[in-house]
Ligand binder design. Structure first.
Ligand code: ZN
Length: 271
């Protein structure tokens, strides 16, 4: 009997701990998770610069305010909730489209965004279809107060699959490298491929991060959810039909069913 009770408790823990319900998500404003802007998209996670510009216009026209990471954290700490019409725009990986397309479009409109940079890839990886930003480009972005920089680890490995030493290095050294380079405090991290667990969260806290971003709608409850903040996977699909899904996600963020947050990582099939 005791064993059954214990098993039930474990199941209850797992099911409450692994996925955030809309109750948890309701605590946060919509966090948009972009990867790259490409005029000719190569993957479902790309967005075209035109679509991105029209999404920014949509946010502006509909009265949404974009937050910086620093503002996002300070709203969390005050615990009085976020402005009703606010969003956080995030980009993972540090591909150079953030410099060539995202940065100018944001600047033009006086809007804010956060960029999670994979520390080992700054300076570009030659011969790839997804070149990264250079140090000079990152420095220019980091010098702009409306652009926040966060860590996306050093090597973009799945953090749940690392030894505790390797995990520590990925999390704390990337913070140091980015702090040294940008001269700004790195307060947030986004988990590569959204892989995290309790040990990852412990390492992230120990390294001194204030918050961490997951992918999709996975997340934890209560204060622990600060270290698995859900994001809307923002790619090609959201821009279809004149941003129909994008508008729906932002507008109805707190009421969207969990399944709506599925990841969309898929290379585009050549016809
Ligand atoms: Zn990534």
């Amino acid at each position: 009997m005791r064993k059954i009770f214990l098993a039930l408790c474990i199941i209850a823990l797992i099911s409450s701990g692994s996925y955030a319900s809309d109750k948890n998500r309701a605590y946060y404003p919509a966090v948009l998770g972009y990867h790259e802007l490409k005029p000719i998209p190569l993957n479902e996670f790309d967005t075209t610069p035109e679509a991105f510009a029209s999404q920014l216009d949509w946010l502006k026209d509909n009265g949404y305010e974009t937050l910086s990471l620093e503002e996002f954290i300070s709203y969390l700490k005050k615990d009085e909730g976020f402005p009703e019409k606010s969003v956080l725009i995030t980009f993972d990986d540090g591909y150079n489209g953030i410099y060539y397309y995202a940065f100018p479009e944001l600047k033009k409109r006086g809007m804010k965004a956060a960029f999670f940079i994979t520390a080992s890839t700054i300076g570009g990886i030659k011969g790839t279809k997804y070149p990264h930003i250079t140090y000079e480009q990152l420095a220019e972005m980091a010098a702009d107060g409306n652009m926040s920089i966060g860590s996306h680890t050093i090597s973009h490995l799945r953090l749940t699959e690392l030894s505790s030493d390797a995990l520590k290095i990925e999390v704390s050294k990337s913070k140091q490298i980015l702090e040294n380079f940008t001269g700004r405090k790195i307060q947030a991290i986004a988990y590569p491929e959204a892989y995290y667990n309790g040990a990852v969260i412990d390492a992230v806290k120990e390294a001194g991060y204030e918050i961490a971003f997951a992918g999709g709608d996975s997340g934890l409850f209560g204060h622990e959810s600060w270290f698995s903040i859900p994001r809307i996977f923002t790619g090609l699909e959201l821009a279809e039909n004149n941003n129909a899904l994008f508008a729906e996600f932002v507008r109805n963020y707190k009421n969207m069913p969990e399944g709506a947050f599925k990841s969309r990582w898929k290379p585009i099939e050549k016809k």
